[in-house]
Ligand binder design. Sequence first.
Ligand code: CO8
Length: 373
Amino acid sequence: MYQPAITGTGVFTPELVITNAELVEAFNAFAEKFNAENAAAIAAGEIEAMEPSSTEFIYKASGIEQRYVLEKEGILDPNRMYPRFRQRSDDEPGIMTEIAMDACDKALKQAGVSAEEIDLVICAASNMERAYPAIAVEIQKEIGAGGFAFDMNVACSSATFGIQAAADMIRSGSVRKAIVVNPEITSGHLEWRDRDCHFIFGDVCTATVLERAEDARGAHWLIHSTRCATQFSNNIRNNNGFLRRNRPDGMKDRRDMQFMQNGRKVFKEVVPMVSAHIAQHMADEGWQAGDLKRMWLHQANKTMNDFIGRKVLGREPAPGEQPNILQDYANTSSAGSIIAFSKHSDDMHPGDKGLICSFGAGYSVGSVLIERV
Ligand code: CO8
């Protein structure tokens, strides 16, 4: 058995930003247009008028101030309200692979590892650009990695589930060096015309290099233990899929083909589930709340993270103990906890212990207990 370690992380951040003010302006223009075009049906009570969105609500309900996106004009065009990506031929890298290459490059540099040394690539994300060949195999080719590669999807928990899979393979000796990549192009699957969720997501890609601790070439993080759990729920759901055209209303622009959630229920059900999961995981490993120097939590909602932090620590978390990045990035699905970890861990000292935890659709929750070396 070998000791697995995290030796590098990388974050690709798109150049374009949409502030809450820009987002709300576009949404409200769309809503006004919708109401004008459907005035008769609204007056007859056949459909409901759209209500305007507001920056105050968004910030108060979520803590989000802006989000990065790969394409901005299409999203903010009231006649479109989703991104416009250029057509790519089958002979050029896909858009997920393109952003993955940047994040992988940064993670490999931090680890001091060359791509050829990697013998496992996992592309772990909420949405895949195509069914096959696996995006991970394309990433493997483009970065020049060896070994094998596969895709996995556990929605917001994809990164921690991917880390567990890679860590277990390193532990057993079946792979020596792995990279877990999370290209999250959430803008493609967000319903920007739905007031309840149009502010939630942003685009990003993260990558995490894992190796045997004995191979680490610099400062690194021992992976003491990982734990994953799932429990079926329809409260976060997307019905898009390969059987779509076979259904009677198959190719219609249906609302359920984008991200849907019952946000209130998710909040209420996931907070206790995650708090109990973390507490049990730590207890089983003999860790006390006082052992934790930092928690890098999934980045969906500030209030949600505040609740979980209080529950796990048994007190108000001190500033910096559970850093949030959601104010800048919004919810980036599986990448959120890894962005927080990547941007807020360099100042920690040998012996410091921390927890990476993601949670979301499924429901799913994944926790990783790590120690700085
Ligand atoms: N502007 C103004 N008012 C609004 C807006 C808006 N934009 N939106 C809603 N309102 C109104 C509502 O209509 C409601 O009015 P009323 O009281 O009259 O009914 C009122 O404001 C309150 O609305 P909510 O109850 O919905 O507000 P909440 O306080 O619950 O906040 C949140 C909404 C922010 C969504 C919150 O519930 C939340 O964060 N929940 C947890 C969500 C979560 O963690 N989800 C995880 C999902 S991510 C995941 O697993 C990955 C999936 C894959 C990603 C793929 C990509 C797209």
